[in-house]
Design a protein around this ligand. Sequence first.
Ligand code: ZN
Length: 242
Amino acid sequence: MRYAIISDIHSNLEALEAVLEQIEKEQIDKTFCLGDIVGYGPNPNECVELIRKNCEIILTGNHDYACVEPSELIYFNRFAKQAITWTLKNLSEKNLNFFSNFSFKTKINNINLVHANPHTPESWDYILSIDDAIFNFSKFDGQLCFIGHSHQPIIYIENSEQKYITKEEREMELLPDCRYIINVGSVGQPRDNNPASAFGIIDTSTNRYELLRVGYNIEKTHKKMIKANLPEFLADRLLIGK
Ligand code: ZN
C-alpha cells in the first residue's frame, strides 16, 4: 500500500490543492491527515471540505481543537489566537461541528498516527529533540509513528541496540530492526526555511519513506491573508518558510 501522510494545512487552500494534485500523481491508496486543518490561513471552510473529501483518517490538531475548546487558547501566542478568532468568525457551523468529533491518535496496519506526540497527544507537547524522541519511543507499539505539529520534517531512528539518531533524508529505506518517529512537515506553513509544502509517503510493499516538497502560489495566499486582515507576520512567514 502507498499511504500519503499530510499535516498542518492551516487553512492554506493553494498549498492543499497543490499537495492533493501531487498525491493524485503518486498513485496513493489512502491519505491520512494528522490535523491542524485550520488556524493561520484564509480558507478554513474550503480546507475542511477538501480534507474530508480526500482523507481516510483525520486527526485533531491543537488549532482544530481550540475552535471547539476555547480554554485551549491560553497556550496560543497572540498571532495564533488572532487567527483562531478570525477562523471562528468565518467557519461555517457545519465545519465547526466537524471538529467536535475529535480523535487525537490512531493506529492503522501497525502505523501510529498522531498530531503532536504518542505519549499524551492531548498535551500537544512537541518532539523537537532526540531526548523528546527517546522518551516517546517507549510510548508506542510498532515500528512507525508519524507526527506533525512542529512544521519541521525530521526522522528519529531507534535501532536494535537502543541507539538513537536523527536524519533529514528526503528518501530512505525503513529497516526491519529499527523504529521510526517521522515528522512529515507542514502543508500550509512550512518552518524549515523551505517555503514549499511538505508531506510524506510511505510505501509498505517496498518499505520506503519519502518526503515530498511541492511549490504552490504563495503570493496568492499571502494577498488573501492581508486582505482578510490576518496578522501580517503570519502571511510574511509563508514567503520564507520560517
Ligand atoms: Zn500546526
